[in-house]
Write a protein that binds this ligand. Sequence first.
Ligand SMILES: N[C@@H](CCC(=O)N[C@@H](CS)C(=O)NCC(=O)O)C(=O)O
Length: 209
Amino acid sequence: MGENELVFHTNPMSRGRIVRWMLEELGVGYRTVVQEYGGSMKSPEYLAINPMGKVPALEHRGVVVTEAAAICAYLADAFPDAGLAPPPGDPLRGTYYRWLFFAAGPVEAAVSAKALGLLPPADKSGMVGYGSFEQTVDTLEKAAASASPWLLGDRFSAADVYVGSQVDFGLGFKSIPERPAFTAWVERLRGREAYRRARGLDDALMPKG
Ligand SMILES: N[C@@H](CCC(=O)N[C@@H](CS)C(=O)NCC(=O)O)C(=O)O
């Protein structure tokens, strides 16, 4: 493997779809390695890459990046010509980080806790980063409503890819309630060429039958 080669470990039924979309937005070359659930994902070779035994993971220039949000942010910085992150020093970098981390932290935790029936009682909301599921979804809705057309205004960014994917998946799995601001933003995201290309590539890797 050449140092500069991008190696993308994924499974078509995973959050790897987020990273695939990001890679397609960048329009860079990369090599896909499919890791199988309960199989290669837990092999010593793959655990040496990601000790969590989870996908996605990215190898590039001698480093491993895991966590879909971190991979999106890393890629945006590694390929600045694509303009998918506000440069350091740009105040919009604050908004960009804000929503990326909000989605990777509170949104992910609140949605998972709700799906598992593990939400804390109301009097313990101060102890969890997401407060309550409703508070988190209402805040996410405000972010979606502010997307005009994208989270950073005219500038499409890796935050649209990651945060938008959380909303897209959430609407699909019904783990996030349908609201007009979510639907409108997700419709715009689904209309992007790179989104469609990524979807086609992952669908083609789905098990047949
Ligand atoms: N925090 C990770 C979560 C990755 C994750 O949970 N991946 C799931 C698929 S969506 C997985 O690989 N599960 C396999 C397993 O845990 O055995 C991220 O955001 O990338």
